[in-house]
Design a protein around this ligand. Structure first.
Ligand code: URP
Ligand code: ZN
Ligand code: ZN
Length: 468
């Protein structure tokens, strides 16, 4: 089928122009004026921006937890993605201790394949650094999973410094990319135990038990370990100025390190954790949301091209699951919905407020992640030959965000009652509408696994970065 997206303004990471997009065989065939032929199917984009399908490189969909899973299935999570203008997700695999990585990859593939509405790839978490585990890294890279998340926090997942170093070295040697969750887990565990002993168990104490200094210290350590290991590094979910400063320092020394923040750190602050009747539990995530000054600094860092990617860290829970921690903040499962929220909230709070341009939104959510994670040139931009992953974004729509209307299976959201502008009118994945006229049009299982290459040796050429 040939589709022409007609009458919109096509936006890339570096500019915009009025033009139509011709799609043939699932790929972009031409972009410009006069690309329509008689008999083409036409999707109306008048009054809309035509954006490359967004890539969310940090999700936890249908994540195993406590013998069950978090709130979403691969179907519901990727429906939420589609409505949010995201056409590719890269999900975190967390293997069970003692089991081969290959088996964990098989488990994730088996869950994703029947349900996915949009395309998907995986990162592998390394929660142990046994010789057998590290020996599997080259095979993972060959299988199209060339990025590995390492944790410096969470008792069940964290690596020691020696283990993190050994893992980074093995990843670097295999041509992979090390992703780091940088919080000092040992210090945080002590602070949490002390808070619980004092009876400070409500969500409002979450931020104080995971201070910015603990994130900055771990970020600095991770950067030094990556330098020592000669590995590329990508710091996930940066929440504060101090951690970002460590990334900039490391870059000034020559480390190839990419930086990610997430929507929630750009929208909320720790004050939002303090709500009656456990409502602050909807905003529990790690690292925690921080101060006004941190939020402002992160917006500025996006505009200064110091942060490369805005991801969601989508990890939704039901209220019943949150209740596990009603009397113990450290038992509240961490994470929140974000797949559907990322583009509308970046658009409303970033583009409309003048903090970032629409081109920067495209860079941060599509073009940069495509380059960093080895998906470019098939994904991340609207250009002849690329996959026809396209979002027709109607900026005139206004909505009040609510758990009653969002598509994740989380039955509550910290975004409840917040106004947003803009909505995806049409969303295409490889030329096929998955959302059409704001209604679901795709089908479960259409999304396909994207084996990725190791990607470039450093972050995006498109971002003219300022260091320091
Ligand atoms: O609290 C969070 N962020 N949960 C998801 C897991 C992680 O650390 O990314
Ligand atoms: Zn993390
Ligand atoms: Zn995460």
């Amino acid at each position: 089928m040939t589709i022409v997206i007609e009458g919109g303004t096509v936006v890339s990471a570096v500019g915009r122009f009025k033009g139509d997009v011709r799609i043939e065989g699932g790929r972009i065939a031409a972009v410009g004026l006069g690309v329509k032929s008689p008999g083409d199917t036409v999707l109306d984009a008048s009054g809309c921006f035509v954006l490359p399908g967004a890539i969310d490189p940090h999700t936890h969909i249908e994540m195993p937890s406590g013998g069950g899973f978090n709130a979403d299935t691969w179907y519901s999570g990727t429906v939420a993605a589609a409505f949010g203008g995201t056409t590719t997700v890269i999900d975190m695999i967390t293997p069970e201790r003692g089991r081969p990585l290959a088996e964990a990859l098989g488990d994730w593939q088996a869950r994703a394949r029947p349900g996915a509405m949009v395309d998907y790839g995986f990162h592998m978490s390394l929660i142990e650094a046994r010789p057998e585990t590290l020996a599997e890294i080259p095979a993972m890279v060959r299988a199209g999973v060339p990025s590995f998340k390492l944790y410096l926090a969470y008792k069940a997942l964290m690596l020691s410094d020696a283990e993190a170093f050994a893992a980074m070295r093995a990843i670097g040697r295999a041509g992979g990319l090390a992703l780091i969750h940088s919080e000092n887990g040992e210090v945080i565990d002590l602070l949490v135990a002390e808070a619980v002993a004092r009876g400070e168990t409500a969500p409002k104490y979450h931020a104080a038990t995971r201070p910015a200094a603990a994130e900055a210290e771990a970020t600095a350590r991770a950067c030094r370990l990556a330098e020592l290991a000669e590995a590329r590094l990508y710091v996930v979910h940066i929440s504060c100025r101090e951690a970002l400063a460590e990334v900039l320092q490391a870059r000034s020394r020559g480390l190839k390190v990419d930086a990610e923040t997430c929507t929630q750190y750009l929208v909320f602050t720790a004050a939002d954790l303090d709500q009656p009747d456990f409502a602050g539990s909807t905003l529990i995530c790690s690292p925690p949301v921080r101060t006004d000054a941190d939020r402002d600094a992160l917006w500025k860092a996006l505009a200064a091209r110091q942060v490369d990617v805005v991801a969601s860290d989508h990890c939704p829970w039901t209220q019943a699951q949150r209740e596990r921690g009603r009397d113990r903040l450290d038992r509240i499962p961490g994470g929140l919905p974000g797949l559907e929220e990322r583009i509308p909230f970046l658009y409303t709070y970033g583009v409309e407020e003048g903090a970032i341009s629409l081109e920067e939104l495209v860079a941060l959510t599509a073009t940069n992640p495509a380059r960093i994670f080895g998906l470019h040139p098939a994904k991340g931009s609207i250009a002849p030959g690329a996959d026809a992953d396209v979002v027709v974004w109607d900026p005139m729509q206004t909505r009040i965000w609510s758990a009653a209307t969002h598509h994740t299976l989380a039955d509550q959201t910290p975004y409840e009652n917040l106004p947003v502008h803009g909505a995806a009118r049409h969303v295409l994945v490889r030329g096929r509408p998955v959302v059409q006229n704001e209604a679901l049009a795709g089908e479960a299982g259409y999304g396909k696994f994207l084996p990725r290459s190791g990607g470039p040796s450093s972050a995006p050429q498109l971002s003219k970065r300022r260091i320091g």
